[in-house]
Design a protein around this ligand. Structure first.
Ligand code: 15L
Length: 268
């Protein structure tokens, strides 16, 4: 595809991975952006920008067909940092998309938007958001924001509730939440190219038998995961989960128990 695609977070773990993987599968007009230039090759187009600044966000998204939005703090942080970087950053991104008539946004949502669901509950695209942290709340906000911009301004969007995107699963929770780099790339590609997308919520997870998520919506859109955590023989709990009984109850794991002052029994 030679339409211009902007990838935010292109110096980061997943934004960086996608920036390179998309070039390999035929995207010839990619522009990467991030706060700092890191791991960017000479032949790659890149511009530094701060999404907290609407003016520069508008500038970098001119003439862009679709935005792959992975530029954000990727874990829990202070309320202030999450507000500035993830919430205001994402708001500016969608405003810039509206101003520049960008057609699509692929939003890196997270399982932490639904992290306070119990592990015994099976979820689908209609399941209620249940953020487990300020970080998860920023992802829930991004999902709602993208729905508004789809309904009101016809900016098509796909929100990918990413589980754990790593080279391979590393602990027992990942047997449910793991997605390979290749499978995540496939989902982003579908989000950019599928004809009849309006606003979609899909799960960023490989074909794992132990998954908590019914991802049939993604399969309907053509997702055919190539990977599965089933082939890994992992019986390990992460170090943190060993010590943390609460983390084992909820899908968001250790994000749920951090600073927890509530009543576990009430979170049904
Ligand atoms: C995420 O959203 C984080 O960005 C990542 O660091 C992991 O914590 C992942 O979720 C997960 O839940 O495993």
């Amino acid at each position: 595809m030679n339409k211009k695609i902007l990838v935010t977070g292109a110096s980061g773990h997943l934004g960086g991975m996608l920036f390179k993987a998309m070039a390999k599968i035929g995207y010839t007009n990619l522009l990467g952006t991030d706060l700092k230039k890191k791991n960017i090759e000479k032949n790659e187009k890149f511009i530094t920008a701060n999404l907290r600044n609407l003016k520069s966000t508008v500038k970098i998204s001119k003439g862009v067909y679709a935005i792959v939005h992975f530029g954000a703090i990727p874990v829990e942080d202070t309320q202030k940092n999450i507000l500035q970087n993830n919430i205001i950053g994402t708001y500016n991104l969608f405003e810039a998309a509206r101003i520049n008539k960008v057609k699509r946004v692929i939003f890196a949502s997270s399982n932490h938007a639904i992290g306070f669901h119990r592990r015994i509950t099976r979820l689908n695209e209609f399941s209620m958001q249940r953020p487990d942290s300020h970080y998860g709340l920023s992802k829930a906000f991004g999902e709602d924001l993208s729905r508004l911009y789809a309904d009101k301004f016809n900016i098509k969007s796909m929100c990918i509730r990413i589980g754990s995107c790593l080279k391979k699963p590393e602990d027992r929770r990942h047997l449910s939440t793991w997605i390979s780099y290749e499978d995540l790339t496939q989902l982003v590609d579908i989000g950019i190219k599928h004809r009849s997308i309006h606003h979609e919520i899909v799960y960023g997870v490989s074909r794992n038998k132990k998954s908590w998520w019914n991802n049939s919506r993604a399969y309907k859109l053509g997702y055919k995961p190539k990977d599965s955590s089933d082939r890994f023989k992992i019986n390990l709990l992460s170090k943190n989960e060993y010590k943390d009984k609460m983390a084992l109850l909820f899908q968001g794991g250790i994000f749920t128990s951090k600073n927890f002052k509530g009543n576990i029994k009430k979170i049904k």
